[in-house]
Design a protein around this ligand. Sequence first.
Ligand code: AMP
Ligand code: MG
Length: 521
Amino acid sequence: MRNLNIKDTFTKELPADPLLENTRRQVENACFSYVTPKKTSNPELLHVSPEMLENLGISQKEAKSKAFLNVFTGNSVLPNTKPYAMCYGGHQFGNWAGQLGDGRAINLAEIVHNNTRWAIQLKGAGHTPYSRTADGLAVLRSSIREYLCSEAMFHLGVPTTRALSLALSGDQVLRDVLYNGNPEYEKGAIVCRVAPSFLRFGNFEILTAREDFKTLKTLTDYTIKHFFSHLGTPSKETYLAFFNDVAQRTLDMIIHWQRVGFVHGVMNTDNMSILGLTIDYGPYGWLEGFDFGWTPNTTDRQHKRYRYGNQPNIGLWNLYKLANALFPLIDDVKALETVLDTYKTNFERDSLKMMRSKLGLEMQDAFDASLIKDLEANLQLTETDMTLFFRKLSDFNSEKGADGLEIVKEAFYIPTEITLEVHQKWNSWFQKYAERLAQEETTSEARKATMNAINPKYVLRNYMAQLAIDAADKGDYQLIDDLFQLLKNPYSEQPENEKWFAKRPDWARYKVGCSMLSCSS
Ligand code: AMP
Ligand code: MG
């Protein structure tokens, strides 16, 4: 890996914590602390993403070397680099939580390849000054989930951080999965994740909370210079335009989540990327039954703050917090409010556009909003698999007088719940849909192709990740690769993989890891 083009900017251009000891503490007047990853006892690579190797300019041969294993499990540090953990704060479940920071993520370096900047970061490589009372480690189950899902999201076309490698540390990690006082040892693991930047809303919030406006300006100028350079030189207007860009990117990301049925699970402001990337894959989940009220996160079971249907609102709530954080630089409440209001109107516009595209509607009709509303209501009458429903829907050919319900019947979890009343509601919806399709100018075949490029056939259903985890716990890593390959082409027909285009099996309905997850990872 001698040819890696290392070009650090974060540590060179931003203020560092002068203390070099790795002790838990409040870090002020700084954006990060230098920290060295913990040595692992017996690291073993389980998977490497070929696409990310290529993006970083690392060859397949190098990926098999001892040096690669050592660097990406934290046992050695790349020459001329100084790993570090970032300082950030955040609002967790609606409340200001003070300093959080990279408690178990350690940034290794920035690499520029093919004119793209990538920050590389190890998750689970030991404690940092920001670890508070926790150990800085990650377990295999959560690492498999992050590794597979972040790459799957990329291939679905959803803005996301990426993953380069998944490795076992060889160390044991103690976790209380159910928070019931029965902790158990699990296999420790390290994911190397990659993104142009891992900056979060919380990196800005912590500085304003501490009234450190000097560092706030330095960090914002840095962010604009490297990631929003089209906005030009810093000024009040540029800062406002920056906030506006972040708002639009956040909205775009969330609309994609709604399109594919992804529920993040912990949309705290420390988990909101300033670049609008999906970040921090924890207790996330995929909708099986379409349900606006669903959350995968057991910690959020009571209030369901981060439920599927609430994600767009939470995006807005989080942007209010970012607006407060940037206010000292912009000093214009009205202008900030206008951006937030625009988010609301753009959300209406963009979500309608997205739902139209899921239905294969290219023209615009004033009644589309009510057609969509009726569909969403119908989808929640009985448990209806979102992925199966939309994928099968592309087979509906109104010209041939097709029976819509028959076409999507695979999507219903409990067929006996399709009572006469439910049946009638669906028939009436399909009739309206058929009439609406009649206004379209494209052929059924063309519509099917466009719909299938928007409605994925394969997503990382919660039980699929769990199967890979259960096998990996027993030392069998094949399914990790099988799912990795499957999810590279989520929109394609893959006849040999038809078994993954199916409803969640019954055994997975209430199993931990499949329908419910905690933050304990
Ligand atoms: P999360 O809700 O997973 O995004 O984490 C919130 C905060 O807790 C972040 O500052 C994390 O770095 C930190 N954190 C989570 N798990 C650990 C851990 N095992 N060790 C140290 N810090 C952690
Ligand atoms: Mg986090």
